[in-house]
Design a protein around this ligand. Structure first.
Ligand SMILES: NC(=O)c1ccc[n+]([C@@H]2O[C@H](COP(=O)([O-])OP(=O)(O)OC[C@H]3O[C@@H](n4cnc5c(N)ncnc54)[C@H](OP(=O)(O)O)[C@@H]3O)[C@@H](O)[C@H]2O)c1
Length: 222
């Protein structure tokens, strides 16, 4: 349950090793979050993340979770909600496709879509329904806009962009958004204006990059 000043005390992270999630959870632990469930693919990195959070004083448990296995989500996530009252779910899993490879490798493109879209639909709905049954809770979904980046391992090796920011800055924006109960938070804030302006431009002028021999246009990153 949230404490008297409204800070979430019990957190569930989907994508337990996400750098943005970790930065957010660290902030929330300093604001009195007490229990953290890290759902992710079992790995030494997931266990090491759990140890870091325990060292900060949070009871931290790991749960096996694979976005590519939506059939298992109801059982896996259901167990978490059966054991704990979750104040905040942070949906932070995702993969960065490799445009050039994925265009010529349909199964690879499907894996990206299944991870980032199908997996997110499945996990988000299950968590949202569980929080409705609880009668409270917030769901934060990390999404992406073209040219907006946070410098994390997800974007390692990509060319720098003027709008790149840090996991800590995104974590601060998330915390502020939770406090204001904002439905959408942009990080960095300038991205909101840029994206709005981009929508108003004629298609030919807003073209960011021509991809492929068929002339398919698409954003370079996001
Ligand atoms: N960084 C950016 O520039 C940026 C910009 C906009 C939006 N976002 C979004 O913000 C979220 C977090 O980004 P980040 O920068 O913190 O990324 P990150 O540090 O690379 O973390 C990505 C997370 O996704 C997990 N993941 C990948 N495939 C999975 C699967 N099949 N099942 C379960 N977990 C899986 C990874 O787990 P493993 O440890 O098992 O690989 C890791 O925990 C992502 O959804 C990303 O699209 C990022």
């Amino acid at each position: 349950m949230k404490d008297v000043v409204g800070s979430p005390q019990s957190l569930l992270v989907l994508g337990g090793t996400s750098e943005i999630a970790l930065a957010t959870v660290r902030r929330l632990i300093t604001r009195r979050a007490r229990t953290v469930w890290l759902a992710g693919r079992p790995s030494p990195a997931l266990e090491s993340t759990a140890r870091q959070l325990r060292d900060l004083g949070a009871d931290t448990l790991t749960v096996p979770f694979d976005a590519l296995d939506p059939e298992a989500h109801e059982v896996t996530l259901g167990k978490v909600f059966a054991e704990d009252d979750i104040d905040l779910v942070l949906l932070a899993f995702g993969v960065m496709g490799v445009q050039a490879r994925d265009e010529t490798d349909p199964p690879a493109a499907v894996r990206v879509a299944q991870t980032n879209y199908t997996g997110a639909v499945s996990a988000a709905l299950i968590c949202a329904n569980a929080m409705r049954r609880q009668g409270h809770g917030s769901l934060v979904v990390l999404s992406s806009a073209a040219a907006g980046r946070v410098s994390t391992k997800l974007t390692a090796g990509l060319r720098p962009t003027p709008l790149a920011t840090s996991p800590q800055a995104v974590a601060e924006a998330i915390e502020e958004g939770l406090r204001r109960r904002a439905p959408v938070v942009w990080a960095p804030g300038a991205l909101r204006l840029m994206t709005a302006a981009h929508r108003l431009l004629p298609r030919a002028a807003s073209r960011l990059r021509r991809v492929g021999a068929a002339g398919h246009d698409g954003p370079a990153d996001g």
